[in-house]
Each structure stands twice: as structure tokens, then as C-alpha cells.
Write a protein that binds this ligand. Structure first.
Ligand SMILES: [Zn+2]
Length: 116
């Protein structure tokens, strides 16, 4: 059994990679999406890329953990998952079905049950 060395990627860094590199958002847009300034987003994505590059170059495993990612409270908010881009977000109760995915604008999404 091979014991891989691990690098840590925070949930925030993973989200930054998803928004900027996978969805191709600008730092401005992506920062807005994550609720941080463009400069802060720039720092997060820079660290994320460095970590991923380190893992790829040196064959390390990537472990995703931590960050300030907001956890969903299933008792108050409803959770939706976009079928198109995989974006997961929450809506306050009794506000009706959202019109579109806040990430990609697509309309193919469904409600999911979030486990505590
Ligand atoms: Zn989407």
C-alpha cells in the first residue's frame, strides 16, 4: 500500500478553482459569488493553484477541508443543486422555487435533502 503525501486544499480554495477555472468567471464575478473582494479572491485562487500544482508535480494527494464555507442549516433553509454546473445553494423557506441557478443561470436544478 502506498502512503501518499497529502496537501490541504480548503473548501474555499476548491470553490475558487471551480468558479474561476472551471466555470471561467472573472475574479470580480467569482469574488462576488463567494462574498469576498476581488483582491481576496485573487489571494485564494493563487494559493489554490499553488497547492494543486504542488500535488500534480509531486504526485501528492489532495485533501479538501476547512475554509469558511457556509454550512447549510436544513431546518430553516431549503437546498438546491444545479444539474448543469453542480452549484449548491440555499434559499430561505417559503420564498418559492428559485428562477435560476445563481452560479450558471441555468434552470435545470432540483431540491436536495441536506444531511446534517
Ligand atoms: Zn448552475
Amino acid at each position: 500500500m502506498i502512503d501518499l503525501e497529502q496537501v490541504q486544499l480548503t473548501v474555499d480554495e476548491l470553490e475558487a478553482l471551480r468558479l474561476a477555472d472551471f466555470l471561467g468567471m472573472s475574479h470580480e464575478e467569482a469574488g462576488k459569488q463567494m462574498g469576498v473582494s476581488r483582491a481576496t479572491f485573487g489571494r485564494i485562487i493563487e494559493q489554490a493553484r499553488k497547492t494543486v500544482a504542488d500535488a500534480l508535480i509531486h504526485g501528492k494527494a489532495i485533501s479538501v477541508d476547512g475554509g469558511n464555507y457556509r454550512r447549510v442549516d436544513p431546518t430553516t433553509n431549503r437546498v438546491f443543486l444545479c444539474d448543469h454546473c453542480g452549484w449548491r445553494w440555499e434559499e430561505p423557506p417559503a420564498t418559492g422555487r428559485p428562477k435560476k441557478c445563481p452560479s450558471c443561470g441555468g434552470q435545470a436544478f432540483h431540491r436536495v435533502a441536506e444531511k446534517g
